[in-house]
Design a protein around this ligand. Structure first.
Ligand code: FES
Length: 382
């Protein structure tokens, strides 16, 4: 099928968002895995560092990572701007909010790590753990919160993407336990490494007047190329700019929705030509107005179940089914990705469906259970 220019650019943006998201998720996963080695020792963390986290500061990978972060953030804002509604399910809401917080929270880590590299400081886990547990525990806590938020955002995005791919849904069952295990192991590693540092510091205090007297002397340090004040200023600028962009996007979206109260919907099924409709109409009405016959023995009352469609793809989350729709779907034994065309009003974007019953279906048909996936034959209830 030939795609329009708008469809091609939408597809390219979606691919760029998925690829940049996967790249960032790989970055976070490698950091969490490196942290989890803290349950063995800080030395084990540092031994694995060149492979797990060191590669991200490589002169080639580092700029790609930065580009992925910017691209993912900008495309995320664009997706929020285009959303017909922000009233959505819990997973989607979590993904939106955590996505807006990724750059503000990552700014401290990214700018800090970059400035240390430029200043020639070898900030390994032995130094970092002492810094985060003894010198700046609030920054250490921020790093843990950051990793958790980025991880939650990444997993929510990954699961949403995999669920939309029929050929990859089977691996979801394996990924759910991994999604929980990785951050838990990382937190255990971080806590265990910190515990060791605190014990060492306590022992040093009991055998000497104070920890600070045993701390490495810094008086002979050469002045940093990038002073701490500049690092802090750059970090604050990134945080405020990203939060400002997020606020601007939400405001622009509000204006757009108020100016155009009804959203455009692109409805597609099989090889039929796509129907351009609006968020005012149900899928059932859109097919009928678009002269594409569709089964519906109760004429859209939500009772017969013969208008059921399987949702193959939806650009935006669909509205939750009403009690009547749930009851009918349950009676016909529908899968969770099945909806009643006569009750479903997409809020906007493109939606692709597959009818479960032939357009000319009648209750006299004998082969309904072979034609349709639901396990029970529909019945007309008055
Ligand atoms: S037309 Fe009967 S349930 Fe939709």
């Amino acid at each position: 099928m030939k795609r329009t220019e708008a469809q091609r650019s939408a597809l390219m943006m979606r691919m760029a968002r998925i690829l940049s998201g996967l790249f960032l998720l790989a970055f976070v996963t490698s950091h969490l895995l490196n942290l989890s080695l803290g349950v063995i020792s800080i030395e084990a963390m540092d031994n694995a560092r060149p492979v797990l986290t060191g590669i991200w500061s490589n002169p080639v990978v580092g700029p790609i990572l930065l580009l992925a972060l910017i691209v993912h953030f900008i495309l995320g804002l664009w997706s929020i701007y285009r959303r017909p509604t922000l009233q959505t399910n819990l997973q989607d809401s979590v993904q939106i909010v955590t996505g807006l917080l990724v750059i503000p929270l990552m700014a401290t880590h990214v700018v800090g790590a970059a400035s240390l590299g430029i200043n020639g400081v070898n900030f390994n886990y032995a130094v970092a753990t002492k810094f985060f547990w003894l010198d700046q525990p609030q920054i250490g806590l921020l790093q843990v919160i950051l990793l958790s938020i980025v991880w939650i955002h990444g997993c929510a995005g990954l699961f949403t993407w995999l669920r939309s791919r029929e050929d990859m849904r089977s691996i979801l069952g394996w990924l759910y336990p991994v999604a929980v295990a990785v951050p838990v192991m990382a937190l255990m590693g971080y806590a265990e490494a910190g515990r060791g540092v605190l014990i060492d510091a306590q022992e040093a205090r009991t055998s000497a007047p104070s920890y600070s007297e045993n701390a490495p002397q810094t008086a002979t340090r050469t002045p940093p190329i990038i002073p701490y004040k500049v690092v802090k200023e750059v970090t604050n600028q990134i945080i405020w700019w990203s939060l400002g962009l997020a606020a601007l996007t939400l405001a622009a979206r509000e204006v757009r929705v108020r100016l155009h109260p009804f959203e455009h919907v692109q409805l597609k099924r099989g090889d039929c030509a796509p129907i351009a409709t609006t968020s005012k109409l149900t899928v059932f009405d859109s097919f009928r107005i678009g002269n594409q016959p569709h089964a519906g023995l109760c004429e859209g009352r939500g009772r017969c179940g013969t208008c059921a469609v399987r949702i193959l793809a939806s650009e935006f989350p669909l509205p939750q089914p009403t009690a009547l729709e749930i009851k009918t779907l349950s009676r016909i034994g529908a899968d969770e990705d099945t909806r009643l065309a006569c009750q479903l009003t997409p809020s906007g974007g493109s939606v692709e469906v597959e009818p479960l019953y032939p357009a000319d279906y009648s209750f006299k048909d004998k082969d309904i259970t072979e034609t349709a996936q639901p396990g029970t034959q529909p019945e007309l209830q008055t």
